[in-house]
Design a protein around this ligand. Sequence first.
Ligand code: 13P
Length: 251
Amino acid sequence: MRRYLIAGNWKMNKTNNEAIDLARRIVLNTKGIEKIDIVICPPFTALAPVYDAIKDSNVRPGAQNMYYEDEGAYTGEISGKFLKAMGCEFVIIGHSERRKYFSESDTDVNKKIKKALSFGITPIVCVGETLEEREKGKTADVVKKEIIGALQEQTDKEKIIFAYEPIWAIGTGKTAQPEDANKIHNLIRNIIKTDFGMDETVVRVLYGGSVNPSNAEALMSQPDIDGSLVGGASLDVKSFVEIITTSANLA
Ligand code: 13P
């Protein structure tokens, strides 16, 4: 049985005080929810106080990115080694915003996944197509290319979590139709099974892109959707907790 996972990607939002406040409220309002995994990914600057605020709770510590070298002359970067030392358990890798604004390639994504796994940090690997690619009927090709890039020469592959995030649905209020999203999730399972011999029944595949309290139930009810990577709605306690509760009720 795959456990639902709801992860909040706070992106570049929240000063430390705001982050601590949000984390505390999430902890308070999700007490007793044990059937699903809840993860929050604050900005790097807020990791230490937020991890402190969620310790001894059922909210798990995540991060939004990491570099694949352990240490050295890489100005501005944060390594998996540092994240591990802070207690980080999940890390988002290859988010479309990183691919777009920071030119992350499939090779970078692959190296970061390898390094995260070596530290026992679970990578949440994002894949998804742009609107233009979708309109040209290239969704399957784009997703397949990103998955293949991510999985080359990996061990412990079943520990990887995938997040299908159609880029046109991120921050736009437009969500993929649940059945359409499910088809891509199913495609991801087929690729990992056929091309990489993985047990597709155990790998979690999350959906991301304008998930909110009103569409969460329809999305989470799909057989191949195992949870969600939530952006905007994760910055609002009420919305995030509603998405969590909805998913817990389906679990
Ligand atoms: P939104 O939920 O704001 O669309 O963002 C989704 C996302 O990018 C999560 O990683």
